[in-house]
Write a protein that binds this ligand. Structure first.
Ligand SMILES: Cc1cc2nc3c(=O)[nH]c(=O)nc-3n(C[C@H](O)[C@H](O)[C@H](O)COP(=O)(O)O)c2cc1C
Length: 179
């Protein structure tokens, strides 16, 4: 069965209903989980994000969307450097900690963190680390769209991403018929 808007509703009701249906639709958008980290004034900051995508390879860049109220944004704007740590399927506890279970620098008590050149922490056993510089920020709705220029990368041979879909964490298994 498919859900969509009821034509008899008022404009306000349609607005509310659209938001609810949109959220339900987005639960079907499986997404790889990352932790975005930055540092300023000797303080480490980080949050869990699924809104991370490759933008282009020339120049190597990514885009991420961060809620405008997020505690990481002042540090990200001040230092202009941030790292994207692509989580592995075993990193559920890290995702939960950086997703709000823990606060501030307490979040870094979960996982093995090393220090990058810009003084920003990176997750040692992430699937990949993207070392980025802030290129552009665009305010849109409740979020800030951040375009990051990738300055360096690190990755492991094994590809085993942590995926978030329908409010749950899952892993990936290749389909027998792929390609
Ligand atoms: C799986 C998952 C994905 C998330 N994706 C995003 C995201 O893409 N952008 C965002 O701003 N917050 C996202 N969040 C929410 C933030 O991680 C969460 O609100 C966090 O507590 C923000 O940090 P702060 O409280 O220090 O501001 C996600 C949370 C989870 C658990």
């Amino acid at each position: 069965m498919h859900s969509n808007l009821h034509s008899s509703d008022t404009t306000a009701e349609r607005g509310e209903q659209l938001q609810m249906l949109f959220k339900q639709s987005m639960r079907r958008l499986a997404a790889s989980v990352s932790v975005i980290t930055c540092a300023a004034d000797d303080q480490w900051h980080g949050l869990t994000a699924t809104a991370v995508t490759s933008l282009c390879a020339e120049p190597a860049s990514i885009v991420t969307c961060i809620n405008a109220s997020s505690s990481v944004l002042p540090a990200l704007n001040a230092s202009r450097h941030f790292y994207v740590n692509l989580l592995r399927s075993e990193h559920v506890a890290i995702s939960n900690s950086f997703g709000g279970r823990l606060k501030g620098s307490e979040r870094f008590t979960e996982g093995r963190w090393a220090l990058g050149e810009e003084g920003v922490p990176y997750l040692e056993d992430a699937q990949a680390n993207l070392f980025c510089q802030v290129e552009h920020t665009i305010a849109y709705g409740t979020h800030i769209v951040v375009i990051g220029r990738v300055k360096d990368v690190r990755f492991t041979e094994q590809v085993a991403p942590l995926i978030y879909q329908n409010g749950l964490y899952v892993g990936t298994t290749p389909l027998a018929c792929s390609l």
